[in-house]
Design a protein around this ligand. Structure first.
Ligand code: ACO
Length: 330
């Protein structure tokens, strides 16, 4: 069974409600049939009911198993406006601005998750990553003890003996352009959660990546990875983690043994924390394109409740898979 099939199966045992705010978007509508028939989640589409039904009819989508909620007609719309106003008044949001925000399906969906009206949210087939993330960051916010959200990819490399039989978690590939050492340490923690919860990894081993291994080079950006390693070891002593390590020292047993002798992670890492977003985003795309790896994500990590972004180039199957991932995380 492939990893995605396993995730779908896990989701089918959870019975979670997932809100899809892009209620008239074609691939979202076409995904509903599989989400419902395979019991992956109970989908909620946002939008004006006749608009949603007309959009579904136009593309021949069976949405009979989905609940449709029109934000303005929802019994709790005014409560949401008031709650958003209370949350954001110190940021200059008045009641009119709060109402305008709640009329935006992306903000309304995040509020549904915050208020327990849905277990998770999936959006991004027609909105940018930033537009999906901003309401989640403002309303749902980060989990206790976590200050920054990151986006990981599960990278499955064919015919690869490294990592967890060729499976890795890479982060941050999607969210925080320049993370602090403290935030990089948190990415290690939340990436291990992804490795365990979604990949079913039994023995996650985290490498804090750099162009230096154990002091082989010196520069302020290397110091940052050394600090991130120390902070992670102190804050999350339960993690198997080491740094700073070059990518080969992290993954290749022989190189790890010679460059970082005695390390419990070097040569065996399966969770890779990149020093910044440029490195992480470039890194996963290189492996995806050059090694023909499957890259599943981005998986948003560190939010207090699960929300996930879709690529605007996503397929109907991608929507189904991301809904399954969020249902598993919920
Ligand atoms: N983690 C946690 N909270 C955050 C983060 C973060 N990484 N970034 C911002 N916030 C919080 C802020 O503190 C702020 O909270 P507050 O309003 O309560 O004080 C709130 O979120 C909004 O912050 P802004 O600064 O207004 O948001 P910004 O416009 O900077 O957007 C965003 C944040 C969306 C994460 C931005 O940094 C971004 O666009 N990142 C890159 C996304 C991207 O393009 N990724 C690559 C494409 S994806 C791919 O290729 C797979």
């Amino acid at each position: 069974m492939s990893l995605l099939e396993e995730i779908r199966e896990k989701a089918s045992k959870r019975g979670k409600s997932i809100v899809l705010p892009e209620g008239t978007e074609e691939r979202t509508l076409l995904a509903i049939k599989d989400i419902v028939s395979k019991k992956i989640a109970n989908p909620i589409l946002l939008g004006n009911e006749s608009d949603v039904k007309a959009a579904a009819a136009k593309v021949g989508a069976d949405i009979s198993g989905a609940e449709i909620i029109d934000p303005v007609k929802a019994a709790y719309f005014d409560d949401f406006v008031q709650a958003f106003y209370e949350m954001r008044k110190s940021k200059g949001v008045d009641l009119d601005k709060a109402k305008a925000s709640m009329l935006d399906p992306l903000f309304f969906a995040s509020m549904m998750v915050k208020m327990g009206k849905a277990d998770g949210e999936v959006a991004g087939a027609e909105n940018t990553t930033g537009n999906v993330l901003r309401p989640a960051l403002q309303i749902i916010k980060t989990a206790p003890g976590i200050s920054a959200v990151s986006g990981s990819f599960i990278v499955i490399v064919p015919d690869c003996a490294y990592g967890d039989n060729g499976t890795f978690v890479f982060a941050d590939c999607a969210v925080t352009p320049v993370a602090t050492a403290e935030q990089l340490a948190e990415f290690a923690k939340t990436s291990v959660e992804t490795a365990v919860d979604l990949c079913g990894m039994k023995d996650p081993k985290v490498a804090m990546l750099s162009f230096s291994t154990k002091g082989s080079a010196s520069h302020e950006v290397v110091d940052k990875m050394v600090n991130a390693t120390n902070i992670a070891k102190e804050r999350f002593p339960e993690l198997k983690l080491d740094g700073e390590l070059q990518a080969d020292a992290a993954m290749v047993p022989k190189v790890g043994a010679s460059k970082a002798p005695g390390s419990l992670v070097a040569g065996q890492a399966n969770v890779l924390i990149f020093p910044d977003l440029q490195a992480g985003n470039i890194g996963y795309k290189l492996v995806q394109r050059l090694a023909k790896a499957e890259a599943i994500g981005p998986i948003l990590q560190g939010l207090d409740k699960p929300v996930n972004d879709l690529s605007r180039g996503c397929s109907v199957e991608d929507v189904v898979n991301v809904v399954a991932m969020i249902a598993v995380k919920a």
